[in-house]
Design a protein around this ligand. Structure first.
Ligand SMILES: CSC[C@@H](O)[C@@H](O)C(=O)COP(=O)(O)O
Length: 367
């Protein structure tokens, strides 16, 4: 998508042919800073420190982390070390495991001397696949936006609510939940997006608002607790979010607070859609609440807030009393029964085992 009018992806190989470029997402929206990764350790640190984040981008960065590792040591031991270093970075997004398993599958049978070139080739293909999936998701979701717009009699504006950042910054390009927003806006639909601030790290207020602003999509940032009120007053036509891991039965893990939005949407008859590329489905698990590992992060992400002072300086301040404990659960699980539909690159389906298998029949377990 565009940054100051320039087409930009969230990750790329630099012109030297091997270092990996990323955008430091901890600096947005106050500064647009590009960073070069040159080692697997730097890639792992970028994922853990959320310099890059969002399930598909975590997977893409891990894939390039393996490429960087192959420059240092392309032996079997070097490959295993890189895979385990990168696997330990963040626990919830299954795209990380999908990307690393893909790298393992293509690199293991090769001689060490052949691994470096193949690693870069596979990582680039994985990124291009993510872009194509997200563009396709946007097309399928756009039809749902158009239906909602028709139901409104094409009057006023179409109000869409989203949580966290499932935009191009969270993927390689386009985003998942934000992909149809760009398409709808470009098609001339009078779209307006309610952007949940998404405490504690404020991915909505900092990243989604910035992305939508760069593309000129009208939006309003709201506190996380506002959505239910807006829904009660007919101010939300549909909700759409991304996911870090979706079970084979359609339960959805996403940024903390997603579950409460889905409950409010159900109570108010507002459609609640989840957009995901198929590498976000964990086909091995069925019960999201019991089986999806939920990341817990440092309490300081909750107790401290970073922003721009009137002087222009960016500063971090503490907002909780000294001595108060802070529990920082990063994700929650929305059960499939609260999800109106899943939107994948192959189309729209019910959030259920049968729904997913109707789009991905090759995943049906052999009898
Ligand atoms: C297309 S991204 C889907 C999810 O990864 C996104 O909604 C999300 O929760 C990101 O969490 P984050 O902790 O910022 O990595």
């Amino acid at each position: 998508m565009k940054v100051q009018g320039e087409p930009t992806r969230s990750i790329w190989v630099e012109t030297d042919g091997w270092t990996v470029g990323i955008i430091d997402q901890t600096r947005l929206p106050h500064a647009f800073v590009k960073v070069k990764l040159s080692t697997a350790q730097e890639a792992a640190d970028a994922i853990r420190g959320m310099v890059v984040r969002g399930a598909p981008l975590i997977g893409a960065t891990a894939a390039y982390g393996v490429c960087l590792a192959m420059r240092e040591d392309a032996s079997d031991a070097g490959l295993e070390h890189a895979l385990s270093l990168l696997r330990e970075t963040r626990p919830t997004a299954v795209n990380l495991h999908w990307a690393l398993e893909g790298m393992r599958r293509v690199l293991t049978p090769l001689k060490p001397s052949e691994r470096l070139a193949e690693a870069y080739r596979h990582a680039a293909a994985l990124c291009d696949e993510d872009v194509a999936c997200n563009r396709a998701i946007g097309g399928h979701a756009l039809k749902l936006f158009q239906d909602a717009w028709d139901r409104k009699g094409r009057k006023g504006r179409l109000n869409v609510l989203t949580h966290c950042n499932a935009g191009w910054l969270a993927t390689v390009d386009w985003g998942t939940a934000l992909s149809p927003m760009y398409l709808a806006h470009d098609a001339g639909m009078p779209l307006h997006v309610w952007v949940d601030e998404t405490r504690p790290r404020n991915q909505g207020a900092l990243l989604t608002a910035w992305e939508l602003g760069q593309h000129g999509v009208p939006h309003t940032v709201i506190a996380d607790n506002v959505g239910g009120h807006l829904m009660q007053h007919g101010q939300v036509d549909l909700c759409i979010v991304g996911t870090d891991r979706t079970t084979a039965h359609g339960d959805v893990a996403n940024k903390i607070g997603t579950y409460l939005k889905a409950l409010a949407a159900k109570d108010n008859g507002v459609p609640f859609y989840v957009a995901l590329p198929s590498p976000t489905v964990d086909w091995t698990i069925h019960d999201g609440v019991r089986q999806i590992p939920i990341e817990q992060r440092e309490g300081t992400e909750l107790s401290d807030v970073t922003g721009r002072l009137p002087s222009g300086e960016v500063a971090t301040v503490r907002i909780t009393p000294q001595g108060s404990l802070a529990a920082n659960y990063a994700f929650d699980v929305t059960p499939a029964r609260l999800v109106t539909a899943l939107i994948t690159e192959r189309g729209v389906c019910a959030a259920s085992e049968e729904g997913l298998l109707s789009l991905f029949p090759e995943r049906r377990p052999a009898k």
